[in-house]
Write a protein that binds this ligand. Structure first.
Ligand SMILES: C[S@@+](CC[C@H](N)C(=O)[O-])C[C@H]1O[C@@H](n2cnc3c(N)ncnc32)[C@H](O)[C@@H]1O
Length: 202
């Protein structure tokens, strides 16, 4: 499902700096919603179109995915969606405390080997960063098809400072404050279960 490398992607990103933000610009925003691992951008674009008064910012470290998402934002002329081509590991520590309204993790890489669990986007160090950057009342919305990653995330959420708002092992519908991702569309078409966890910073 990961796209083949596209040579046009990096030049395209360079030609469209208006779709991106610097860390300083991000930290100057009074309100925004952050997606980590935006993939090919369907969730980001559709959320921005559905909620035109909110600003959605995606982070994506794969250059081809970043190019594809940026192209969608440009071609649909979506002014309230931005895509930052960066690794969350580099970006997150530079974000201000109490600054993000909500955070979305959609079908994050499962990293199945135990020695790689530290790379999971719901591992301890990431949850600590999310707690720091979210505003009071801010939520983490996490969706996955991977039950092992889901159970791991539940365990770590219970040890974190977050309040667990909901655990859904049969996320069959789609909440009003949600949109389908590329991976999700494929999993749903195959009839695979979708798991969803919502955490809140009280
Ligand atoms: C399995 S794909 C899911 C893509 C999309 N969210 C979806 O549901 O269709 C995971 C995506 O997260 C990105 N990713 C993983 N770790 C990341 C990180 N530390 N920073 C930024 N992007 C990351 C990957 O490059 C990949 O595009």
């Amino acid at each position: 499902m990961r796209p083949r490398f596209k040579a046009w992607a990096k030049p395209y990103l360079d030609e469209h700096p208006e779709v991106s933000f610097s860390i300083e610009q991000l930290n100057g925003l009074p309100t925004y919603y952050l997606e980590i691992g935006a993939g090919k951008g369907n969730f980001l674009c559709n959320m921005a179109l559905k909620f035109p008064d909110k600003l959605f910012v995606g982070i994506e470290r794969n250059v081809t995915c970043s190019g594809i998402t940026t192209k969608k934002i440009v071609e649909k002329a979506i002014s309230n969606a931005k895509l930052i081509y960066a690794d969350a590991d580099v970006l997150l520590p530079n974000l201000n405390d109490n600054s993000v309204d909500a955070l979305f993790l959609n079908f994050s890489d499962p990293w199945p080997k135990k020695r790689h669990h530290k790379h999971r986007l719901t591992s301890e160090k990431y949850l600590a960063q999310y707690f720091r950057i979210l505003k009071k009342g801010g939520r983490v919305y996490f969706k996955t098809d991977n039950v092992d990653l889901f159970d791991f995330s539940l365990e770590l959420a219970a040890l974190s400072q977050f309040n667990v708002v909901s655990i859904d092992r049969h996320y069959n519908g789609l909440d009003p404050f949600d949109e389908m991702t590329e991976y999700e569309q494929s999993f749903r078409e195959q009839g695979l279960p979708i798991y969803r966890l919502i955490l809140e910073k009280l």
